[in-house]
Design a protein around this ligand. Sequence first.
Ligand code: ADP
Ligand code: AMP
Length: 214
Amino acid sequence: MNPHILILGAPGAGKGTQSDNIVSEFGVEHVTTGDALRSNKGMDISHLGLEYDTPGEYMDKGELVPDPVVNEIVKTALEEADGYVLDGYPRNLDQAEYLSEITDLDVVLYLDVDEDVLVARLTGRRVCEECGATYHVEFSPPEEEGVCDECGGDLYQREDDSEETARERIRVYEENTAPVVEFYDDEGDLARVDGEGTPDEVWADVREAIESNA
Ligand code: ADP
Ligand code: AMP
């Protein structure tokens, strides 16, 4: 059976970048709530009686989308996956509790990156609108500006990667998600990886952590 891997880290820590490597190396599926929600930003959730009627309204402000919406997405995705790397979930302790009820984890990774580095990574991030490949204008630029190396698609900047929203997302992370990291640390199964090296250096440490924990 393919491994069940959880990758934790602040916005911009490199979870998506390393998840792509994990998928290629370990044959698991990339389950990411951020991508799933971006594809469903306009979904009508008014029947849930929440503050806003679509996920996009929470996302553009840098706030968390409410648990009932996100939990359902994760449950369905994990049921369908033969091994996974889960990225972007859980983002609060209630989600961590829910996750423990629906699946077992083999490896919990935490990418450790300082806040100043996070803001620079988020504001320079560019994503391919066709295939989702991720670039950085300075740290990981495409060969031709604005064009995806992989598929030739146009690159765009995520709406929530403005400096103001990036800082708000980091604040929301510190308030809601940092306790999730402590939760797994207290359980004794957190593999902490220094996320500030080059993507290749971080990948070497991530692979090593998975091989020694899975
Ligand atoms: P996350 O999924 O955790 O939000 P990403 O993987 O999308 O983070 O990375 C955020 C940005 O930082 C992207 O533009 C990516 O190209 C860049 N990046 C990722 N890892 C590194 C790294 N080790 N060094 C420099 N830049 C990186
Ligand atoms: P990400 O792509 O992981 O940076 O997520 C982008 C946005 O999607 C977040 O700022 C939230 O608004 C929303 N989101 C993603 N995952 C979750 C989650 N597990 N819980 C709540 N909101 C989420």
